[in-house]
Design a protein around this ligand. Structure first.
Ligand SMILES: Cc1cc2nc3c(=O)[nH]c(=O)nc-3n(C[C@H](O)[C@H](O)[C@H](O)COP(=O)(O)OP(=O)(O)OC[C@H]3O[C@@H](n4cnc5c(N)ncnc54)[C@H](O)[C@@H]3O)c2cc1C
Length: 369
């Protein structure tokens, strides 16, 4: 008999949500995380926004799992006292030529089942007097959440149900055998192995590497990831009160645009920008030289913010399936029996809205099993 019924590789929000959802049904369940603690990579380097599901193509996994994840997150947060706030959001058109895009987003979001309302410039100004606007789109169900609070909850839930969470444990090989998988891990004391009937690859920025270790040709499967860094700049506390909800510009093809993100402590930052990285390294430095470009983006929405008000803050790296200038791709969540890997599920390209979608992704993976 195998050591584990199910092994989850990766202890970010998604891997932890899966462990919390499935540890009762698929015992023993192992979760293997390479860092000293869970949640140290992308899941703790993001805007911590509970997205509503506005931007994604109708019927896509991103749309479906974001809308369901939004509902589930509010439910989980309410039930388990996870810090969060239904703070709401406005997408503001800053010139008349952007208004058509607001209508397109409203139609797209409504088709996805998101509650949205068009606003006149006067209505936007009544809520947010300092922002530039010729009209807006209001999202009542967008919120903010403590990503660590959420992951602590998933972790507790998984452990209470008997999951074995192993940190300092990097998966370095995966071999399909006749009835199970042989997983080799590198840990402080050297190498060891675990056998598992089924495997879930939720390794975030390394999910393509894990797929490749399992024998998948990631180029032909379309699983090769591109690292795309997003940086933030913060405003001092004395200026943080200039907005009281999330404020986004009309999005571009590649990002939602540098937007105003409030955290649960009322701190205001702007970001993320987008910068594809040539090398696959986790370089989280925020370059001071970007201040001018950030200032210009921020002043599209808040004209009184000066470059010198902005300080480099944090950054995160998106695991993107599309390269620069290529059309946006959906999440890949796929059971790989047809590639000779029964019971092996890959989750690749889980960029935004992966935090929001995490509890819905966990249910979706549960159905696949
Ligand atoms: C700048 C930015 C802003 C974002 N804003 C939002 C937002 O506001 N709202 C939202 O919903 N989403 C947002 N996202 C997306 C969201 O953060 C991610 O979709 C989500 O965190 C992905 O979680 P994950 O568990 O898949 O990945 P991760 O958090 O990266 O977890 C993967 C884990 O796998 C581990 N791992 C990797 N390789 C191995 C190995 N070989 N062996 C063992 N363990 C391994 C890693 O150490 C890591 O802990 C944002 C992302 C970025 C970058």
């Amino acid at each position: 008999m195998a050591d584990a019924a199910l092994t989850v590789i990766g202890g970010g929000a998604v891997g932890l949500a899966i462990a919390a959802e499935l540890s009762r049904r698929h015992a023993p369940l192992y979760l293997l995380e390479r860092n000293p603690k869970y949640g140290q990579e992308t899941s703790s380097r993001n805007s911590e926004v509970i997205h509503a599901g506005i931007y994604y193509p109708n019927g896509s996994l991103k749309a479906r799992l974001c809308v369901e994840g939004n509902r589930l997150l509010y439910e989980i947060c309410g039930r388990h006292d996870i810090p969060h706030k239904r703070i709401t959001k406005i997408i503001t058109a800053t010139r008349a030529s952007e208004e058509g895009e607001l209508h397109r987003l409203r139609a797209l979001g409504s088709a996805n089942g998101v509650s949205l309302r068009m606003m006149t410039a006067a209505e936007v100004t009544a809520l947010e007097p300092q922002i530039v606007t010729v009209g807006g789109l209001f999202s009542p169900d967008t919120g903010i959440i403590s990503a660590h609070g959420l992951m602590d909850y998933f972790h507790r839930e998984a452990k209470d149900q008997g999951a074995e969470v192993q940190t300092h444990c990097e998966v370095v090989a995966v071999e399909r055998r006749s009835n199970d998988y042989l997983i080799t891990v590198s840990e402080a004391g050297g190498r060891s192995t675990i056998t598992s009937e089924r495997v879930i690859n939720a390794a975030g920025l390394e999910s393509d590497t894990i797929a490749s270790l399992a024998g998948i040709d990631v180029e032909s499967a379309g699983y090769r990831l591109h690292y795309s860094r997003g940086c933030y700049f913060a405003l001092p506390a004395s200026l943080s009160g200039c907005v009281s909800r999330l404020v986004y510009p009309v999005p571009t093809n590649e990002t939602l645009g540098v937007h105003a993100v409030l955290d649960l402590g009322g701190r205001l930052k702007f970001g993320p920008d987008i910068e594809y990285q040539e090398n696959r390294v986790q370089d989280y430095r925020v370059d001071e030289m970007k201040r001018g470009a950030f200032g210009a983006s921020v002043r599209r929405i808040l004209p009184h913010v000066r470059d010198e008000d902005l300080t480099p803050d944090m950054s995160g790296i998106r695991p993107k399936l599309q390269g620069p200038g290529e059309p946006a791709r959906d999440f890949v969540i796929r059971e790989e029996s047809d590639r000779g890997l029964p019971g092996f599920i890959n989750l690749v390209g889980i960029d935004s809205p992966g935090l929001t979608a995490s509890p819905a992704i966990a249910k979706y993976v549960g159905e696949m099993l």
